[in-house]
Design a protein around this ligand. Structure first.
Ligand code: BMA
Length: 890
């Protein structure tokens, strides 16, 4: 690892080996005894009682016990508020013979959140942080029979409010979320998923529970409760360095100081080393560095689209007197990451991009939020499906946003495996935070534990201190009087710089650390960590939202170095909403529709944005008008995010007016926490919205982007591939009223270097139409694609509308029939008698996805594949299929 700092130039280079963590391994007839399973659960006065699963939470348990219905149904988020105002106790009894061991440790992997822990009537201690584990030495307290372990959880809402009251010197805003969220106050005072008190896309379910496992570790000599590693190249200038090292860290809990040998090996790389070591009594970190054999070439881990995700087996063994103390194997990966912030010729400010294994990589993807309000219900299947969906939409990166949770190990394992890069926030979002000693102390434990748990994953390429808190301070979201500003800046620096950043750099120097997102990075640091304008497009990353501006007008977007958030809302499909609503709710202005919308004026904003280019649904059939409106919001969202993402991708090479070299586009947001309107491209339950189908195209490795600049049509070729390509644009002019192209235009062949965006066609629209007979802006539209010198199409086809579809002349209701329902071969063929924009196939709640959807039909026939995610009969599919296109809604 090395870090080069030249005035404003900052480069982090890190190499890495990573691995998985690894559970514990204990020595000498050691045991790990799980206490997971059914515990008894009761509220404070015993009026609600039954059993609850561990891992689990109170809400999930009450639903299983029948005390409550589906919390997501209609207005239940409000109806079940009482749960989080009560205190709850989980109790289990167990028999054990572990007291025969020298040491027994009770480990709580995750307590949500504030609790007192008692064993056999003795108080072991308290917990106050959902994001860390707790360990208590318990051997003297154990009995052979009937041990009683109880964990009493305090109301998180009341706890947060008490902490707020105790912080009397000055407020720590925001006090409460906006009313429209129906949420709870002061979540910034409790180390808990910040969105669990409500968010602008999520319900208020302040959970309580044991959300991770509980177990006993019992051993005689020593135990290794945690291990992790990272690798680094010995030469820090050239990451293709042939010499790599792997740093292995073992957290060892030893009953007494003892000597032993530790051997570390990667057999496939012919590398192994044995170390004499002394394990000191108690819990200590022991570090070993394995130098990789120079004669062997190391295959690197690459982000998807840039190479394979190569891995090796790493083996670690502890030996004493010829016997094995512990032995563990894991995957280990090699890669380097740099965040490059250096002067850009022709542009003030600094670059901001990632170099992976020395190669600049454009990050394409979105932002990840918690996949469920009740984390115990996030199954491996759900994670797998969401991450597959991200990969299938050609994403190579996700940002784990700072208002949720540090995800479970499986999430990062899958990202490693799929080559999805992770931008990992620490869990602080959209707020100021207190800095009392005990708050800082618990955050410090959280940071150390999370970094140790996660740093072995090659997918994680950056740590980031918080979501939007630099921006909140800089642009004064909370109306802090100028005279008090210094106090908040001081708290900000104390928390994120002096504590979190310092700890991360100590625990994991192998990755870059950013204090916030958005931030100006090195420039923010120069300005004392809070830049005057953290949204400055010349530096760092930006978040950009504008709901009222016309999203088809690219000139409204910031030509940023890196777009880490941008987006538009839409509604989920009717089949998803149906599961949580009743007939009365099915209109756009119902109480239900307002209640689900947690973003002030969100429902109106969607319609206003849609109305800029489309006729709004006007069916006299109320249900139809509702479902058509849901469809229309998805059309609007898909078009808006497409326009913005294409703008960012085509801005990766140029500098215009001193701005550009955009190297990342992560839209807000990938997934949903419940069925409701939001910025997501995937609905709760996994169904793809139109946006997600669009993402498949706009994130394609080779992409044609078309737009107009002052009456001139430009087509760019964007390529993420390594080899240079030679491409031309092929543009077809279609009349809205007919299916055959009116004329076709081909550009010259142009060199498109690997990892660049270049202009391949430039032509005045007026001249183009004049040369195309009877076309006008209102009567015609353009489709285009890229072709190589041999006439082979590269990348998807794309389109450019010369007017708003609401003004299109000749656009008529297409009669689209399903000609061939070959569901057995997972395909349907559509036939249309007219140009049809935004053709949407829907099979209701049958889980699966189409090969493409929401497309523009400019030819009579189109065959679309369908991949079911669960066994589904042909007749089910056939009867569920519906087809909608733009002219059907008005
Ligand atoms: C960003 C995010 C979230 C929020 C989203 C939409 O600022 O960081 O806090 O949900 O905008 O408003």
């Amino acid at each position: 690892f090395c870090s080069v700092r030249l005035s404003f130039i900052q480069i982090f280079l890190t190499g890495f080996v990573l691995c998985l963590c690894l559970g514990l391994f204990c020595a000498f007839s050691a045991h790990s005894v799980s206490l997971d399973g059914k515990w008894s659960l009761r509220n404070s006065d015993g009026s609600v009682a039954g059993s609850g699963s561990v891992p689990g939470c109170v809400h999930s348990a009450l639903q299983q016990l029948g005390y409550i219905q589906d919390p997501y149904f209609r207005f239940n988020d409000v109806a079940y508020r009482w749960i989080a105002f009560d205190n709850w106790t989980y109790t289990t009894t167990f028999n054990t013979s572990e007291q025969s061991k020298q040491k027994v440790v009770l480990v709580l992997d995750g307590v949500d959140t504030v609790a007192s822990v008692q064993l056999n009537g003795f108080t072991l201690g308290g917990t106050d942080n959902m994001f860390r584990s707790y360990a208590f030495s318990v051997r003297p307290l154990l009995k052979e029979a009937e041990n009683v372990l109880s964990i009493s959880l305090a109301s998180p809402v009341l706890y947060a409010s008490q902490r707020r009251k105790a912080h009397s010197a000055y407020p720590v805003p925001p006090e409460c979320p906006p009313d429209v969220q129906n949420g709870q106050c002061h979540v910034n005072f409790i180390r808990k998923e910040q969105s669990s008190f409500s968010w602008d896309w999520g319900p208020s379910f302040p959970t309580l529970g044991l959300w991770r496992g509980v177990h006993l570790e019992a051993f005689d000599v020593l135990c290794v409760p945690l291990w992790s590693y990272h690798s680094f190249p010995l030469c820090c200038v050239d990451s293709s360095a042939s010499r790599w090292s792997v740093q292995v860290e073992l957290m060892v809990d030893a009953v007494q100081t003892s000597d032993g040998l530790v051997s570390v090996s990667i057999p496939e790389l012919f590398s192994d080393q044995t170390y004499q070591s002394r394990f000191l009594q108690g819990r200590t970190k022991n570090t070993f560095i394995l130098h990789i054999n120079t004669s062997t070439e190391v295959d690197l881990w690459w982000p998807r689209g840039h190479g394979d995700q190569n891995s090796y087996r790493l083996r670690v063994r502890g030996l004493r007197d010829g016997s094995v103390l512990f032995s563990q194997e894991s995957k280990v990966y090699f890669r380097t990451v740099e965040l490059v912030q250096e002067p850009v010729p022709g542009s003030p400010g600094l670059s901001f991009f990632f170099r992976i294994n020395s190669k600049p990589v454009f990050l394409k993807g979105s932002n990840w939020i918690p996949a469920h309000a009740f984390q115990d219900q996030v199954t491996p299947d759900i994670l797998l499906n969401l991450l597959h969906s991200a990969a299938d939409a050609n994403m190579n990166a996700l940002r784990v946003w700072g208002g949720g949770v540090y995800e479970q190990d499986q999430f990062y394992d899958l990202c490693d495996h799929m080559g999805i890069m992770v931008w990992q926030d620490f869990m602080f979002a959209c707020a100021m935070y207190p800095t009392e000693a005990d708050f800082i102390q618990t955050v410090r434990s959280e940071v150390i534990q999370q970094v140790q748990r996660l740093k072995s994953h090659p997918s994680i390429i950056i740590w980031s201190g918080n979501n939007e808190n630099e921006a909140a301070l800089a642009t004064n979201w909370f109306d802090i009087p100028e005279s008090h500003r210094a106090t908040y800046v001081k708290d900000y620096v104390t928390l994120y710089v002096e504590n979190i950043r310092a700890l991360v750099q100590q625990e994991d120097p192998s990755r870059p650390f950013l204090v916030s997102s958005p931030t100006n990075g090195a420039e923010s640091e120069r300005e004392g960590w809070v830049a005057s304008n953290p949204y400055d497009p010349h530096f760092g990353d930006t978040h950009f939202y504008s709901y009222e501006d016309d999203c088809w007008d690219w000139s409204t977007f910031p030509r940023t170095r890196f777009a880490s958030e941008f987006g538009f809302q839409s509604w989920p499909s009717f089949s998803t909403l149906k599961t949580v609503s009743v007939d009365d709710d099915w209109s756009y202005d119902s109480n239900f529709s307002s209640h689900r919308q947690h973003h002030e004026h969100g429902n109106q904003q969607m319609l206003r944005q849609a109305a800029l280019h489309f006729h709004l649904p006007n069916s006299t059939d109320a249900l139809k008008r509702f479902t058509h409106t849901l469809y229309m919001t998805q059309v609007m969202q898909a078009q808006c995010v497409k326009a913005q993402t294409e703008f960012y991708r085509r801005s990766q090479t140029e500098i215009i007016d001193g701005k550009g070299r955009t190297m990342g586009a992560l839209y807000w947001q990938l997934n949903d926490i419940w069925p409701a309107p939001s910025w997501s491209s995937i609905e709760f339950g996994g169904k793809w919205k139109m946006l997600h189908y669009f993402a498949q195209d706009f994130f394609a490795a080779v992409l044609p982007v078309g737009f107009e600049d002052d009456g001139t049509l430009l087509i760019y070729a964007v390529s993420d591939l390594s080899p240079d390509l030679t491409l031309r644009a092929v543009v077809s002019v279609h009349s809205w009223s007919g299916l055959d192209p009116v004329c076709t235009l081909r550009s010259d062949l142009v060199l498109v270097p690997g990892g660049s965006a270049v202009v391949v066609l430039k032509q005045e629209v007026a001249a183009l139409l004049a040369g195309c007979g009877r076309c006008t802006r209102l009567s015609c539209l353009l489709t285009f694609h890229l072709e190589d010198g041999t006439g082979v199409q590269r990348g998807p086809s794309n389109y450019h509308f010369l007017c708003s579809p609401k003004d299109a002349e000749g656009l008529r209701k297409a009669n689209i029939t399903v000609r061939d329902r070959r569901f057995k071969v997972r395909a349907v063929t559509l036939r249309s008698d007219a140009v049809a924009p935004f053709v949407w196939l829907d099979v209701g709640n049958i889980a699966g996805r189409f090969s493409s959807n929401g497309f523009l039909m400019v030819s009579a026939d189109r065959t679309v594949g369908f991949t079911p995610w669960r066994p589904t009969s042909v007749s089910q599919l056939s009867t569920s299929l519906s087809v909608t296109s733009l002219r059907d809604v008005y």
